[in-house]
Design a protein around this ligand. Sequence first.
Ligand SMILES: C[S@@+](CC[C@H](N)C(=O)[O-])C[C@H]1O[C@@H](n2cnc3c(N)ncnc32)[C@H](O)[C@@H]1O
Length: 256
Amino acid sequence: MTYEKVVIGNAELYRGDCRDILPTLARPDAIVCDPPYGQGLNTNVTGKSVTGRKPGSGRPYSIHDKRRKTAAGIHSTGLATQFPDSIEGDDPSDPFDVACLLGYSDRVLLWGAHKFADKLPRGRWLAWDKVPTGKVRDQGDGEMAWTNVGPNAVTRFYRLLWDGVCVGSEARHEVTAGQRRVHPTKKPQALMAWSLGFVKAKPGEVMCDPCMGVGSTVVAALEAGCAFVGMEKVPFYFDIACRRIEDAQRQSRLFG
Ligand SMILES: C[S@@+](CC[C@H](N)C(=O)[O-])C[C@H]1O[C@@H](n2cnc3c(N)ncnc32)[C@H](O)[C@@H]1O
């Protein structure tokens, strides 16, 4: 088992496999996570095949065909990033077992849970409506989260447009600021802030995201005054999360 630990302010971040790291740590007050869904997602930028190959079948490509190779071996260009070909743990034939997360905290909330509902006990369901405009999408119109906190409480909806170029304010900011898309399944920070309320996160408590991707939950929890323990297996995403969390902490010091 090898992993790297980085501490940034109130965030303790581990680059490595959460299944190795979680058993070695103190139990967090709550886990809020967006684990891999086991859906075999093609993480190519456009989803179209090039040079006769099927999406995700191997050769990386970019939408502008003007490639630069980063130190991590990832091709990036313009506003789009060529992500690793797939999401770690997302292979339907050998999906990440989300049930392993349930034993590490009394309060757990998991996004994408409609994809693995059969692995979960009775709980409360929440929903993210990605197209409050009502426009029908090729991809899903929304996503479900499950939590064991208040299993009999009512379902709640979060409404935030998130649809390619027609996106809500957070993603539009990324595009207009000339930033790259940094993760194929990045969650809006505002959605993760909303989620923290359902696990009753309080300032000073320790929140945890064992599959943090580029750190959306981390930034939301730090802004809510919580401490954080985060894990990410893929170095490419881990490094982006570290930079993002450093930036967020710098800004919060700047603006008090
Ligand atoms: C659905 S994505 C989460 C994206 C995140 N919500 C965000 O906003 O960036 C799941 C992440 O879990 C990571 N992952 C998969 N298996 C893992 C494991 N065993 N340990 C730690 N991270 C893992 C993947 O690399 C991926 O970045």
